[in-house]
Design a protein around this ligand. Structure first.
Ligand SMILES: Nc1ncnc2c1ncn2[C@@H]1O[C@H](COP(=O)(O)OP(=O)(O)O)[C@@H](O)[C@H]1O
Ligand SMILES: [Mg+2]
Length: 239
C-alpha cells in the first residue's frame, strides 16, 4: 500500500534546476533510501516531502490527500536534519519539545518521552544535560525527538555522516527498530552505499536532480537498470 506519492515534482533555485520531474511512490512501512552524490538534490527533495518547501511544480499526495490543499499533515511527518539542533536544556526537554508544541498533557509527555528514549537506547537519560552527551548519544537523542509524537513518515537526511563506525551501527539498528516496532515509513538520504544494503528495502538514485532509477535492494546491487546508477553503486562516481 502506498503512503506517499510524488507526482511530477520540480524545483529550481534561481536559474538552477535542482529537481526535474520527480515521480515516486513510497510504500507504507518501508525503508526507502535516496542515494546520490553531493549536490544531487537529496536534501531539497526531503525538505519538499516534509512540506518545508513548496515545489515549483507537481503534487504531493499523502494517503490519497493532496498535501498542497490539506492542513495538518505536517504533524504526521518528522524530519531529522544532518546537524541536529540541541537546546541548552535536559535530554527530557529536548525530546519533549514536539509533544509540548502539539499540546500533549504532562502524563502523556512523560510516557512518550520515556518510550522514545528506550527505543533509541538512552533509557533513564532524561535528566542529563543534552549538551553533555557524546556525538553518538546526541544523534540518538535527536532520533528520540523525531519519533516521540509517532509520525507516520520519518525523513532522515544523512543521519550517520558525522559518526564513527560503532555509532553508525547503533543508529542503523535504531532505524530498523523504529520501523519494526512502530511501523514508521522511513525515507533516508545517504551516500553510504553499504548502509543502503544493510537497512533499506528499496532505493532511488538521484543524479543532477533526476531520479534515474528506483529499484529493490536486490535489484540495484545485482541488476541495476541504469549504467550511471551502476557506476554510483560501484563507487566509481566522485562525491
Ligand atoms: N536554498 C538554496 N538556495 C540556492 N541553491 C540551493 C539551495 N538549496 C540547495 N541548493 C542547491 O541545490 C543543489 C542540490 O542541493 P541539495 O538538495 O542540498 O543536494 P544534496 O542533499 O544531494 O547534496 C545544489 O546545487 C545546491 O547548491
Ligand atoms: Mg544533503
Amino acid at each position: 500500500m502506498e503512503l506517499f506519492r510524488v507526482e511530477n515534482v520540480c524545483m529550481a533555485f534561481g536559474k538552477k534546476d535542482v529537481l526535474k520531474n520527480i515521480n515516486l511512490g513510497i510504500r507504507r512501512g518501508e525503508i526507502f533510501a535516496i542515494i546520490g552524490p553531493s549536490g544531487a538534490g537529496k536534501t531539497t527533495l526531503l525538505r519538499i516531502l516534509n512540506l518545508f518547501e513548496k515545489p515549483l511544480c507537481g503534487n504531493l499526495i499523502f494517503n490519497g490527500l493532496d498535501a498542497g490543499k490539506t492542513g495538518g499533515l505536517r504533524r504526521r511527518m518528522s524530519m531529522l536534519f544532518q546537524t541536529p539542533v540541541v537546546f541548552n536544556a535536559s535530554v527530557f526537554d529536548n525530546v519533549a519539545y514536539g509533544l509540548k508544541v502539539r499540546g500533549f498533557d504532562k502524563r502523556a509527555i512523560e510516557k512518550k518521552v520515556s518510550e522514545a528514549l528506550n527505543t533509541v537506547g538512552l533509557p533513564g537519560m532524561g535528566k542529563e544535560k543534552a549538551r553533555m552527551l557524546s556525538g553518538g548519544e546526541t544523534q540518538r537523542m535527536a532520533f528520540a525527538r523525531a519519533i516521540v509524537y509517532d509520525p507516520e513518515i520519518l525523513l532522515l537526511d544523512e543521519p550517520t555522516s558525522n559518526l564513527d563506525p560503532a555509532n553508525v551501527a547503533k543508529i542503523e539498528e535504531i532505524i530498523k527498530r523504529i520501523r519494526d516496532e512502530r511501523g514508521t515509513t522511513i525515507l533516508i538520504a545517504t551516500h553510504n552505499i553499504p548502509q543502503v544494503r544493510r537497512i533499506a528495502d528499496r532505493v532511488g538514485v538521484l543524479l543532477n536532480g533526476e531520479l534515474i532509477e528506483v529499484n529493490s535492494i536486490e535489484g540495484i546491487f545485482t541488476e541495476p537498470e541504469d549504467e550511471r546508477s551502476a557506476a554510483f553503486i560501484r563507487g566509481e562516481m566522485i562525491y
